[in-house]
Design a protein around this ligand. Structure first.
Ligand SMILES: Nc1ncnc2c1ncn2[C@@H]1O[C@H](COP(=O)(O)OP(=O)(O)OP(=O)(O)O)[C@@H](O)[C@H]1O
Ligand SMILES: [Mg+2]
Ligand SMILES: [Zn+2]
Length: 485
């Protein structure tokens, strides 16, 4: 394999492009009817076909074939575009050329007629990276679109594109590709490269690519260069997927509730450096396969539990602790789970101590403390998942007098989740102690940068804006007043 696989197998016409049906249909029809728009935005995650589609469009518009289907792929124009040497198809990577000069060059050049073909096509990759000046210069061109010039602006970060530009373009959304389609495409490549492969291996790769075709093809290439074929074992070795036996072992342990082996496997996952999320994904896949082969109530319940655990894990800070507690809990070992909670560092076990030792505690046996114990005991016995969630999402504190119980979320994300679960919590609290938790949204946004030097503040800002987080980060509090009135 001398050429990088993903380049060698770049689709050259719409029929070869996987997925993106809507894009193909709408663009195909517009080109056929000769009614193309002057500016398109291709938005979507990495390696889903934006640049590929842009080049196909350029070929369709400029193909010289008389009566065969376009793009023919063999005329001078098609060949030149495939080789990136067409005079009228200009590709610019805004990630490396962000500035005004490049855009000025474009602005000056657009008024000249196409040299080789019918249309001039400007493809600007990652165009959200353009500087403000460059954007404004581009905007001028988009406002007075010259005849026979088409802009295709590709981006992985649509939210960074100014509204002024958006409103002048037609936007296409490139979707992440589905695993089955990726696997089929990989199989085609494997066949044509004469590679040995098995289906399981292709499935693993497709899954690991998270919807990106370039990533999928590159992963496959990595596997091949590592072990010469695309077998299940090669993929496991290259991608770090736990052997199937461990997964099977786990399913058995889970179904029959063997805490010792559950904890042993958890230990194994951690020490081998795998993530709990990836492991659960693997387990879920296996259970799904089993369910397809033979569906029993028990398997179905198992699948539901696994999904629930996955969901909890997503929110948890202490992945291992949450994994173990949830698995033990779901496999019927509530007691082990409670013991584990006591040990988990991230959980403020203080609450448990308070309630457990309430008899021994130095005399402060007030009604408030009883209310708190009542509530926690009730949750522990009847809705452990809710209790666990509350504990993993928030810090629980009690006021000096013991009268006010506060659940303090550590991020706006947790706060939103707490809010979501407040209703079910209040249902219980009301029945039990005749009280409700109240939301008190105390913004502490100003404290976000407390104690950080300037560089770190900039960094935090950068991270926040790049993750698309709201900049009004707050920590919310949810309070309950335990004092009897
Ligand atoms: N929809 C698809 N069908 C088939 N192959 C694809 C598809 N999307 C991407 N590929 C493969 O991935 C490679 C890269 O695709 P392309 O350059 O079009 O991605 P992109 O969306 O422009 O990604 P980026 O955002 O990173 O620029 C192609 O050469 C091709 O091998
Ligand atoms: Mg691209
Ligand atoms: Zn052609």
């Amino acid at each position: 394999m001398s050429e990088v696989l993903y380049r060698k197998y770049r689709p050259r016409k719409f029929s070869e492009l996987v997925g993106q049906d809507q894009v193909k249909e709408i663009l195909g029809r517009a080109i056929e009817k000769d009614s193309v728009f002057h500016a398109y935005i291709f938005s979507g995650s990495r390696g889903t076909g934006k640049t590929t589609t842009a080049r196909i469009v350029a070929k369709m518009l400029n193909c010289l074939a008389e009566d065969s289907e376009k793009p023919c792929g063999i005329c001078d124009s098609c060949k030149a575009i495939d080789a990136s040497s067409h005079m009228d198809v200009i590709e610019l990577d805004a990630a490396s050329y962000r500035g005004i000069d490049e855009i000025r060059k474009i602005r000056d050049a657009v008024s000249y007629r196409p040299v080789m073909g019918r249309f001039k096509v400007y493809i600007i990759d990652e165009f959200h990276m353009l500087t403000r000046e460059a954007f404004n210069a581009l905007l001028k061109t988009l406002e007075e679109p010259p005849d026979k010039v088409i802009f295709i602006l590709a981006t992985t970060n649509l939210e960074k594109v100014p509204e002024t530009v958006l409103s002048r373009c037609q936007i296409f959304y490139f979707k992440p590709l589905i695993e089955r389609d990726i696997a089929t495409y990989l199989e085609r490549i494997a066949k044509s490269e004469g590679l040995e492969y098995d289906d399981k291996a292709l499935r693993f790769i497709s899954k690991a690519a998270h919807g990106g075709m370039r990533d999928a093809v590159n992963l496959m290439e990595r596997v091949v260069s590592y072990s010469g074929d695309v077998s299940e074992e090669s993929v496991r070795a290259t991608l770090g997927i736990l052997p199937e036996e461990v997964v099977k072992e786990f399913i058995t342990a889970f179904s029959s509730g063997e805490p010792a082996s559950i904890l042993k496997i958890s230990e194994e996952i951690q020490s081998a450096g795998y993530t709990y999320e990836v492991f659960l994904e693997q387990v879920i896949d296996t259970v799904k396969d089993q369910l397809i082969a033979e569906s029993t109530d028990e398997r179905f319940k198992l699948l539901l539990s696994l999904w629930e655990i996955t969901k909890e894990l997503k929110f948890a800070e202490d992945k291992r602790g949450t994994f173990e507690v949830m698995v033990l809990l779901k496999s019927g070992y509530e007691k082990s789970a409670i013991e584990r909670i006591g040990k988990s560092e991230n959980v403020k076990s203080e609450v448990f101590e308070t309630s457990d030792k309430s008899e021994k505690a130095p005399k402060r046996d007030t009604t408030e403390e009883n209310s708190l114990s009542k509530l926690i005991d009730h949750l522990r016995n009847n809705n452990f998942v809710l209790l666990w969630t509350l504990l993993s999402l928030s810090k629980i504190t009690r006021s000096e007098s013991g009268g006010v119980l506060t659940l303090e979320a550590d991020s706006n994300y947790s706060y939103d989740l707490l809010k979501d679960r407040l209703e079910s919590l209040n249902g219980i609290a009301e029945d039990l102690i005749g009280k409700r938790f109240l939301l008190s949204n105390e913004s502490v946004g100003g404290n976000l940068f407390e104690g950080l030097d300037k560089d770190s503040q900039e960094y935090v800002n950068f991270v926040i804006s790049n993750l698309g987080l709201k900049d009004d980060i707050y920590k919310g509090k949810i309070k309950i007043d335990l004092e009897e009135d």
